[in-house]
Design a protein around this ligand. Structure first.
Ligand SMILES: Nc1ncnc2c1ncn2[C@@H]1O[C@H](COP(=O)(O)OP(=O)(O)OP(=O)(O)O)[C@@H](O)[C@H]1O
Length: 248
């Protein structure tokens, strides 16, 4: 379970201060997929970075499985699998070596790494690319490698920044199936997207963010009821206050 409480984060730039996140609170439960939905620049990536210990918030707190991120970041990292916005796979290594390298960083045995790589490769349908050097991989192949690497240590909580960004229809469908599988396994899954259809198709709970603030949250049905709109698209437009970039 991941809890975000009143998160805020500002960046100083040469031309002034950018308030990337001003007030974000939500709870992402185990066995559920929680989607952060918002237009470009809404503060999704910054929120996720605070959740996975890359950035400390100016205000507010994060707990992962009840552990305070500010107090025990190393322990939190063991509970988290993260697909960051920059996928950054090592080009000189094969997909398998990329995954194994992370497994070793987590202190796993070679036998456990081998077993886990087999499971993930099957689930992500990447058997055909496992022994290839990642140099020249397509975006989808890089994403799969980065996800396998993120999950090698079998974390209970999974955070994915725009996991279907740049993927074709078939790979997107496979990715959806994979996220459902993580949910069936009882994990807490959070992902961000700026595409409403994507979030509506996958999520148990939707957290709508705009201008660094949570505008509404709940299941698709709850959001419809909240806004009085039968159509989810209309509900989102009402919540965000504009049609800005939520539709594919
Ligand atoms: N390191 C940084 N320095 C300065 N400004 C930043 C930094 N990181 C983010 N921002 C700004 O904070 C705001 C929120 O950015 P963020 O990347 O969190 O949004 P997002 O919802 O993930 O957007 P997208 O869908 O485009 O990825 C934007 O205005 C962005 O320019």
């Amino acid at each position: 379970m991941i809890e975000a409480n009143s998160l805020a984060k500002a960046f100083k730039t040469r031309t002034g201060t950018v308030q990337a996140v001003s007030d974000v609170s939500f709870i992402a439960r185990d066995g559920e997929i929680t989607g952060l939905l918002g237009p470009n620049g809404a503060g999704k990536t910054t929120t996720l970075r605070m959740l996975y210990t890359l950035m400390s918030p100016d205000r507010g707190s994060v707990r992962v499985d009840g552990i305070d991120v500010a107090q025990r970041p190393d322990e939190v990292r063991r509970h988290l699998g993260v697909l960051p916005d920059a996928r950054g796979v090592y080009k000189r290594l094969t997909a398998r070596e990329n995954v194994a390298y992370f497994g070793r960083l987590h202190g796993m045995s070679e036998a456990d790494i081998g077993e886990r790589t087999r499971t993930l490769s099957q689930a992500l349908e990447m058997d055909d690319i496992l022994e290839r050097q990642t140099e020249g991989f397509s975006q989808g192949q890089r994403t799969k490698t980065a996800i396998a690497r993120a999950l090698v240590h079998d974390p209970r909580n999974v955070i994915l920044d725009e996991p279907t960004n740049g993927l074709d229809v078939m790979t997107t469908r496979a990715m959806r199936g994979f996220l459902h599988q993580l949910r069936e396994e009882g994990r807490c899954v959070i992902f961000s997207s700026h595409i409403m259809q994507e979030v509506a198709a996958l999520c148990d709970r939707i957290v709508v963010i705009a201008k660094g603030t949570v505008m509404a949250q709940g299941s698709a049905d709850e959001l419809r009821a909240l806004t009085g709109e039968d159509n989810l698209e209309d509900a989102f437009v009402r919540v965000i206050g504009s049609e800005e970039g939520l539709f594919a």
